[in-house]
Design a protein around this ligand. Sequence first.
Ligand SMILES: [Zn+2]
Length: 553
Amino acid sequence: MTTYGMVLANGRILDGCGNPWYWGDLGVQEGRITEIAPPGSLTGRRMIDAGGRFVTPGFIDIHTHSDLSILVNRRAESAVHQGVTTQLIGNCGMSPAPTSEAHLAEMRRLWGTISDQPEVDWRWHTFGQYLKTLQNGGLGINIACLAGHGALRIASMGLSEVAPTTAQLDQMKILLDEAMQSGAYGMSTGLVYPPGCYASTEEIISLCRVVSRYHGMYASHIRGERETILEAVTEAIRIGREAGVPVQISHNAPKFGAPCDASANLSLVDEARRRGQDVTVDNDLHTDLAPALTGGLPQQIQDWPAEEISKLLRNPEKRNAIRDEIIRDKKPAFGPAGLLKHGQWQRITMLHAPKNPEVVGKTIQVIAHERGCNPFDSYFDLIVENGHAAEAIFDYIDEKNIRLLLQHPAVMISSDGQVLAPYGFLNDPPPYSPCSYGEFPGVLERYVRDEPVLTLQEAVRKMTSFPAQRLGLRDRGVLREGAWADIVVFDLECVHDRATNLYPHTYPFENFPHEYPEGIDNVMVNGIMVVEGQEHSGALPGKVLRRKNSHSH
Ligand SMILES: [Zn+2]
């Protein structure tokens, strides 16, 4: 009988493909699952007793923004503590590569203060160089990467609001080709953010034709998730059809102001699939987001230096013009801005306001009442007083839509978060990002155990083999002999998300600053234990994953 390096014994094994659990021992050797056998039949130099807990594939998070934060925290604390063993980064049009000398400053400005951290040295230019930087310092989890359309566009033409010239578009194609050759899984867009919001459908189709040559995917934060959600889903599907690429519609919950519930956007996806087009969706379970208040301003001014924005907002005529532009929303702004457009001030709760600490925990509606002015003016005044440091929790998604999405077979579970840690720069000040700490345990706790929205095996499928299939990963996301040993052991009865706050909020906030979840006991990445007894081991066994058949390794 073989003695394996490690055996996880007596587990209730969920294979990740949607099948019910079975009892088994799982042997691991040199990073891979070498044997699965009846309980009590395998021996290892190291024996870990799962004691009837669930043993599942590591969770694959198909939508994250850890591109720079993983450089600051290579241990991937908030992700791996949730059981995540692979993340896809480069979403919503933003990846940190490629860059060009001419437009690096614009790129860094879009990424915000993290771009000045010492671990983020911006010494890479090409996509391949960025992937090498990721791999060289070690990683707590595996990372796969998309090329961001915004990065391609900035490298070629900066934050310009016009259409690219033929030469500029050709330049974008050359950069994208290099990214695909280096191992990118496809291209992402963020069509409500600068510079994605300035791109035509045709520009994206012509770039996706490059992606198609490499059998990559197109992932999109679509052009509006509220009033224009159906037109925007239709555009994403058209891009996939005309360019010949599979489509991943990102975090596709309708946001406040949408004319329909999620069944309407999901039926467009069903219709495309019936026609034979590979369109899939991801979504997270949180109803809120906590951006800077300046994020609600029209796209062309939201990234200006704070002093310039304040100057604009102090001019009554210009202030009125900005208010009108927000209400008209001609170039659809991101989801939370719908709360401004529709006057939902009771759904905006202040989180940070260094110059006015007394407003934290209060809604804009209450602040306006106390200040005796109208809520729009209070909102603008808080920006004038605090600049980009003013942040609020925007509760802009109806939980009913989250349930609808969770139950649809073509929807997988993503966090839309990033690697964070409750220490260091990533916690100074602590960002409000419940999805970064609590996404996967939250689904298990709230929508599997406490309320039967999903069966356990279906929830696990949506966290493992389904995103693996989308990425073309044939040997991850499943517990099967020969697959990489990315494995989670958890106790469903004890799983507890300590990061999520439900609307309406009490102050002080219940779960903020965030803490790691409970009940996720062991997490193995490529056969190495990274979380053991809910503690990080310090191991960095993660790999940069490259799309199959890419050239450089
Ligand atoms: Zn997005």
